[in-house]
Ligand binder design. Structure first.
Ligand code: PEP
Length: 247
């Protein structure tokens, strides 16, 4: 089996309109044969059109959330099967902004991840400590509990991606030290192994939080960092392309 390729994942959050898809075309023409996998998770309104642009390229597309149920009376929600039908291969789940803005808890994140996997999607499960939790020395306890509560018991390694995103590093320009990232990623690999055994070796562990072209190279060199989840710097082809090139 080939060594696991790294994954450069972009989360557009609630940004971007159809005109912004020009950034995707620019990214694909600048990086026709990247050495890593590339995933972009646009707002749902752009998913199908972005998937069309991605056809025949190295680009994968994903959703930013899904409902835990397959269909039904849930106004405003989107199911995992609908994301797959629109061309998604992945879905981000349990992002700290969903946890904060929508009160999502581990149990719900796990139910969504199970639904995503059942629909054939790869579940990109996000976790991370707040600044107060890090200052209190609770980082590993917090993310260990998030992993235990959010990861489906029956998943195979490649059906999952885990993104470590310290809440205090998201959109702030601040990042943990290299030693802090290494400590958490080694911990996550071991904790995931306790859940799914050797399959955990096939799960990409992404670092997320203020990744940009200037810090990507040193972060990607950290053991057990298998790529990045990128917010702000994924919106522009030049920035995201520089991160892709660093992987
Ligand atoms: C994110 O929210 O997933 C993220 C990492 O954001 P940023 O890169 O903007 O810090």
């Amino acid at each position: 089996e080939d060594a696991m390729k790294k994954l450069a994942a972009g989360n557009w959050k609630m940004n971007g309109n159809r005109a912004a898809l020009a950034e995707v075309s620019a990214l694909l023409s600048a990086h026709p044969a990247p050495g890593c996998e590339i995933l972009l998770c646009p707002p749902t309104t752009l998913l199908a059109e972005m998937a069309g642009l991605a056809t025949g390229s190295a680009l994968l597309v994903g959703g930013q959330d899904c409902h835990a149920k397959g269909s039904g009376a849930h106004t405003g929600d989107i199911s995992a099967a609908m994301l797959a039908d629109a061309g998604a291969s992945h879905v981000i789940l349990g992002h700290s902004e969903r946890r904060a803005d929508h009160g999502e808890r581990n149990e719900l994140v796990r139910a969504k991840a199970e639904a995503a996997i059942a629909a054939g999607l790869i579940a990109v499960v996000c976790l991370g400590e707040t600044e107060a939790e890090r200052d209190a020395g609770e980082t590993l306890a917090v993310i260990g509990a998030q992993l235990d509560g959010s990861v489906p018991a029956a998943a195979t390694g490649s059906q999952l991606v885990i993104a470590y995103e310290p809440v205090w590093a998201i959109g702030t320009g601040r990042t943990p030290t290299i030693a802090q990232i290494a400590e958490v990623h080694a911990f996550l690999r071991a904790r995931l192994t306790a859940h799914i055994g050797a399959e955990a070796g096939k799960t990409r562990l992404l670092y997320g939080g203020s990744v940009k072209p200037s810090n990507a190279t040193e972060i990607f060199a950290v053991p057990d960092v298998d790529g990045a989840l990128v917010g702000g710097a994924s919106l522009k082809a030049a920035d995201f392309g520089a991160i892709v090139a660093a992987l």
